[in-house]
Structures are given as structure tokens and as C-alpha cells.
Ligand binder design. Structure first.
Ligand code: KG4
Ligand code: ZN
Length: 342
């Protein structure tokens, strides 16, 4: 087809999102609109995403997000060629909201429906923003995910390794929590780290001594907690500089692990492009380290704009466009999958 315009819907975690993306033959893909409604304030008092609250918020907002995305694109349903929706993995209440909304629209309009894996959405984002060819290497690092993927096609992923416990974003969030910083923890820890001394505390780099691309962040998080407790015992509280130094040390340890494991992944799978995605890819220190890893090599480092690194629906619409061409649409019996490994 000459031109494909898809609506994307995303509601698998704590962002309700809708977007319209268009691909024209011979032209770069266009994000015609991208609406993201976060729920940070709704979950702030609970120290994490509460599934029941998230599900209700998605159900209440999803149709409005779709309306706003269409309006911002200046389009109506009749201008679309299909509807892509995150069908998993994620919190089932949220995923169901999105899938039911997409099915309703597909049933009413007769448009093709396509269920997209949320991780595939992240993994295909580099092809939305840049003209890159398969295969490429992807490091997906977010609040819920941590893995290296070799992306061989729109629906063709090889997992090279990943975290055996916490995702790095989860570790950033927990470290922020124990240091009394606001959520989401990543940006807060990064801001504190800017004035900290990363070398002051000796924090572990888990699994660096083991071959392969598997990672672990749980022990690092516990080490930060122990160091915090030692500082509090010594000084009767956490001093400003202590907190900054702990943040800097923690961030550096995560960056060291991601750097070394990326180096190994690239050595085993030499590809032209190394891309990152997921919320943690917003971290400037981590980006700089991965950029440095690739400079002076044959591999080009690619980090999508921040708004496309974190959860959004443009990546879902785009993955839908790519996958419609390779595997065709799903039926109205599409099911929502809380667990769905790539
Ligand atoms: O991809 P995302 O929006 O949601 C999913 O987890 O799917 O990622 C959110 C995660 C949170 O854990 C947040 O703390 C982390 O990404 N994050 C960061 C930064 N910005 C967001 N982590 C480290 N440094 C940042 N600047
Ligand atoms: Zn995500």
C-alpha cells in the first residue's frame, strides 16, 4: 500500500496513551499526534503503581485520549487504515481497557485490528525515528523490563540476556524511595547524582564476573540501603551530600553494568546499529556511556527522543504498521495477555 495511517492505543502500565502515525511509501514515517496521560499523581501515596487504580483510570480516560489524538491529527476514524493496541504484557486491567476500546472501534468501523506486544513497540521505535535496517541490537531498559534483543524483523526478536531480578528502573525507583526522593525515581536520582561523588562508596557491579549478557540489580539496591543505614547510624540522619554521593555511586554502578554487558552483546552480535529504549534510556549518564562505547567502532548508537523512550502510543501505532505488513491483522477474538514474552 502507498500510505498507511494507524491509530495506536497503549494502557499496559501507568500511562494512558493514543497516537496516530502515518507511513507513506518513500517517505519518513510521521507522528501525526501523540497523547500521553500519566497517572503519577494517582499512585503517589502508595509507593508504586496500584493495579486497581490504574485499571479504573485507563477505563475512564482511554476514549478521551483517542478523541484527542484524532483531533490533534486533524483526522476522523474514516481516515484510518487500522487500529493497533497493546495486547500485553502488563497489568491486565489496563491492557483490557485498551483492547476493549480498540475492539469497539474496529467492530464499529470495520478497520483492521492488530494486537501489539508492548516490548515490540519499544524495540521497533528506532525505525520510527531513524532509517535503520534490520538486524540491530536493542537494549530495553525500563521500570519493568531489562533485556538485550537482536531485532531481525518486525516480529522477529532474539533475546540475548537480561536482568535475572529487578529491572534497572525499578532499582532507581526503590533507591529513590529509601533515600526519601520523589517518584518516579530515575529523574530524581539523576538530579541528585549531578552533585555527588560516584567514587565515595564502593558499590557492587553484580554479575560482571560472569560471562554473557545477564544482569542483576537487586543486590546493588540492597547495598545502597545498607550504606544508607550505616550513614544514618553514624550521623543520626542522611546528610545532603551523603544522599548525593549515594545517588551518584548507584547511577555509576548501573551505567558500568549496562556498559560492560552492552560491550559483550555487541562483540557477540556485531551489527550496524545499537539502540536503546525504555524509560531508563532517558538517563544522561547511561546514554553518554553507551554512546562512548560505540564511538570509534563500526556501530552507530541510537537513542530515540525521550518522549519516545518512555511509554507512548506512537510506538504501538508504528509497530502495528510494521507488523500489519508481515503478519496481517488479528480478529476480534484478540486476547489481552498479562504475560507475553517476545
Ligand atoms: O518505559 P517506562 O516509561 O515505563 C515502563 O517501565 O515500561 O520507564 C519508567 C522507568 C521508571 O522506573 C523511571 O524511574 C525510569 O524509567 N526513568 C529513569 C529516568 N527517567 C525515567 N531512570 C533513570 N534515569 C532517568 N533519567
Ligand atoms: Zn514500557
Amino acid at each position: 500500500t502507498e500510505s498507511l495511517t494507524l491509530l495506536g492505543i497503549e494502557s499496559s502500565c501507568d500511562d494512558t496513551a493514543a497516537a496516530v502515525v502515518r507511513r507513506r511509501a518513500g517517505a519518513a514515517p510521521e507522528i501525526l499526534s501523540s497523547v500521553v496521560e500519566g497517572q503519577v499523581a494517582l499512585h503517589a501515596d502508595f509507593g508504586g503503581v496500584v493495579p486497581e487504580i490504574a485499571a479504573r483510570a485507563h477505563a475512564e480516560r482511554i476514549d478521551l485520549c483517542v478523541e484527542r489524538a484524532l483531533a490533534a491529527a486533524g483526522l476522523g476514524l474514516a481516515d484510518l487504515d487500522g487500529i493497533a493496541v497493546t495486547a500485553g504484557p502488563g497489568l491486565i486491567g489496563g491492557v483490557l481497557s485498551g483492547v476493549m476500546c480498540a475492539k469497539g472501534l474496529a467492530a464499529a468501523t470495520g478497520l483492521p485490528l492488530i494486537g501489539v506486544n508492548h516490548l515490540a513497540g519499544h524495540a521497533l521505535t528506532p525505525r520510527l525515528t531513524d532509517e535503520i535496517a534490520y538486524p540491530y541490537l536493542m537494549l530495553l531498559v525500563s521500570g519493568g523490563h531489562c533485556q538485550f534483543l537482536r531485532v531481525d524483523g518486525p516480529d522477529d526478536f532474539i533475546r540475548l540476556g537480561g536482568s535475572i531480578d529487578d529491572a534497572p528502573g525499578e532499582a532507581f525507583d526503590k533507591v529513590a524511595k529509601v533515600l526519601g526522593l520523589p517518584q518516579p525515581g530515575g529523574p530524581a536520582v539523576q538530579a541528585e547524582a549531578a552533585t555527588g561523588d560516584a567514587k565515595r562508596f564502593a558499590l557492587p557491579r553484580p554479575l560482571l564476573d560472569r560471562p554473557g549478557c545477564d544482569m542483576s540489580f537487586s543486590g546493588l539496591k540492597t547495598a545502597v540501603l545498607r550504606q544508607r543505614d550505616a550513614l544514618i547510624a553514624e550521623h543520626g540522619g542522611l546528610r545532603r551530600q551523603d544522599r548525593a554521593d549515594l545517588c551518584a555511586g548507584f547511577q555509576q554502578a548501573v551505567a558500568d553494568v549496562l556498559f560492560e554487558k552492552s560491550r559483550r552483546a555487541l562483540a557477540a552480535h556485531p551489527v550496524q546499529t545499537f539502540a536503546v529504549a525504555g524509560g531508563v534510556a532517558a538517563n544522561t549518564e547511561i546514554r553518554a556511556r553507551l554512546q562512548a562505547l560505540c564511538s570509534g567502532s563500526e556501530t552507530v548508537f541510537l537513542a530515540p527522543p525521550l518522549a519516545l523512550c518512555t511509554d507512548n502510543a506512537a510506538m504501538i501505532a508504528w509497530a502495528g504498521i510494521e507488523q500489519l505488513a508481515t503478519r496481517g491483522p488479528d480478529g476480534l477474538d484478540l486476547s489481552a495477555r498479562p504475560r507475553w514474552p517476545l
